[in-house]
Design a binder for this molecule. Structure first.
Ligand code: URA
Length: 221
């Protein structure tokens, strides 16, 4: 499947998606499958629209503020993300934001590979299947590595590729990395500003595919 061709297996009904997401959120909040549950205040399933989702952002893990509030990207990194979304004409309420792991690692250390494996196999993969975003945008090296196995953000950011299931994927920097290295802000902005035109191109491709199918069906009547 090409990066732009998307995923076209049959979509579950809206009611089923609502109820399965709500069950999944409950399981995430009560999860005790790995050691991260021991230090958390709240697990953070993620937030955003669950029907007709265009864009899914995936960060690394909740930080201190997220752990206290149970919501993703509510600290300084979240404010920066909101402002960069605004520059691209996007608003947070229209996008779903989640993380590779749903509980805060101690002292904000990087999530370990078994934590990532357990959390994604049980939760992130199920979220993606239910939400069926048109585009996934990864924030930072942990999410990039999880989806693509690539380790070098400098080489990978801003280049469209697709997940193993054929969902278009755009990697970019983590907002927190801008606090450590302010020169990355321009690159993060540049990447996020590509999103509206990628979404338009995906819509165009879908329309063309639909027209081709209609033409084919009417010619074979
Ligand atoms: N960093 C992340 O990767 N995710 C959050 O939700 C907050 C900070």
């Amino acid at each position: 499947m090409t990066p732009m061709s998307g995923n076209h297996t049959r979509k579950p009904s809206a009611e089923r998606i609502d109820s399965e997401i709500s069950d999944l959120n409950t399981r995430i909040r009560e999860c005790r499958l790995c050691r991260l549950c021991e230090g958390r205040t709240r697990a953070v399933p993620g937030s955003g629209p669950i029907r007709k989702l265009e864009l899914l952002f995936v960060g690394e893990a909740p930080g201190r503020n997220e752990d206290l509030q149970g919501e993703p990207f509510v600290g300084a990194g979240g404010k920066l993300l909101d402002s960069i979304l605004g520059m691209a004409g996007l608003v947070r309420k229209d996008v779903f934001i989640t993380n590779v792991v749903k509980c805060r690692p101690p002292q904000n250390r990087k999530p370990q590979s078994d934590e990532i494996e357990i959390c994604t196999a049980n939760y992130l993969e199920a979220q993606i299947k239910l939400l069926r975003p048109k585009l996934i945008c990864t924030l930072g090296a942990t999410a990039l590595d999880y989806f693509t196995g690539e380790k070098q953000m400098g080489r990978s950011h801003g280049k469209l590729r697709s997940t193993k299931d054929g969902i278009p994927l755009l990697p970019t920097y983590h907002p927190a990395s801008v606090f450590r290295n302010p020169s990355l802000k321009a690159l993060l902005e540049e990447d996020v500003k590509k999103i509206p035109s990628i979404l338009r191109q995906l819509d165009e491709e879908r329309r063309t595919r639909q027209e081709d199918i209609t033409k084919f069906l009417s010619s074979s009547e």
